[in-house]
Design a protein around this ligand. Structure first.
Ligand SMILES: Nc1ncnc2c1ncn2[C@@H]1O[C@H](COP(=O)(O)OS(=O)(=O)O)[C@@H](OP(=O)(O)O)[C@H]1O
Ligand SMILES: Nc1ncnc2c1ncn2[C@@H]1O[C@H](COP(=O)(O)OP(=O)(O)O)[C@@H](O)[C@H]1O
Length: 198
């Protein structure tokens, strides 16, 4: 469809902005069930990156749904729109030279791939926070599983709404009794090994 909108190429580009910050911009995309540990691990990773002089931004499901995506529900259609908007936002932040960390359930493979395809190769790192449903339900930090089981919340991921586990994520954080701090350290080390941070 012709929309009469022309893309402006500005003089200061992504490379220059990244250079000024002394880093390679990318998106570290955490996906997993509610209660799997996404927000906790993302927060610890961002602290570690900041301690190492990196410029970051953490986009978190609960927070973004209060503002930008406050009009969206948890229907499949709205989850797709939620992740589409986040992906476009993450792309803009990468363009600004930042290391972006996202912590959304992002239950559908198609939408995670949408974000991957918006970015250049090596700019998208999919991280599967692979905590089993039983463990998430045991933690139930916000009491949401209890409400979902009681039928007080509909379309709840893992209970009454699907979660499509990643098939070949760049990084998997296995649930094997390691602490959130250890998971954040593992993530930091693997990002270094991939050459994304020095
Ligand atoms: N029905 C239902 N299903 C799943 N989650 C629910 C629901 N209702 C509210 N919440 C709370 O919203 C947080 C998930 O929002 P997201 O934007 O990450 O979800 S999604 O990616 O669009 O699926 C999620 O946060 P996390 O626990 O941090 O994952 C919940 O606290
Ligand atoms: N190994 C672990 N990794 C991450 N979180 C853990 C771990 N063990 C216990 N927890 C707790 O589980 C909860 C995970 O909640 P949260 O980080 O909000 O998950 P999510 O963002 O995926 O919903 C927190 O209360 C956290 O302290």
């Amino acid at each position: 469809m012709e929309n009469n909108i022309v893309w402006h190429q500005h003089d200061v580009d992504k490379q220059r902005r990244a250079q000024a910050k002394g880093q390679k911009p990318c998106v570290v995309w955490l996906t997993g069930l509610s209660g799997s540990g996404k927000s906790t691990i993302a927060n610890l990773l961002e602290k570690k990156l900041a301690d190492n002089g990196k410029h970051t931004y953490l986009l978190d499901g609960d927070n973004v749904r209060h503002g930008l995506n406050g009009d969206l529900t948890f229907s499949d259609k709205d989850r797709v729109e939620n992740i589409r908007r986040i992906s476009e936002l993450a792309k803009l932040f990468v363009d600004s030279g930042l290391i972006v960390i996202t912590a959304f359930i992002s239950p559908f493979k198609g939408e995670r791939d949408y974000c991957r395809n918006l970015l250049q190769e090596n700019e998208f790192v999919e991280v599967f926070v692979d905590t089993p449903l039983e463990e998430c339900e045991k933690r139930d930090p916000k009491g949401l599983y209890q409400k979902a089981r009681a039928g007080e919340i509909t379309d709840f991921t893992g209970i009454s709404s699907p979660y499509e586990a990643p098939e070949s994520p760049e990084i998997t954080l296995n649930f094997s009794g390691q602490s959130a701090q250890e998971s954040a350290e593992q993530l930091f080390t693997q990002l270094k090994q991939k050459g994304l941070i020095d």
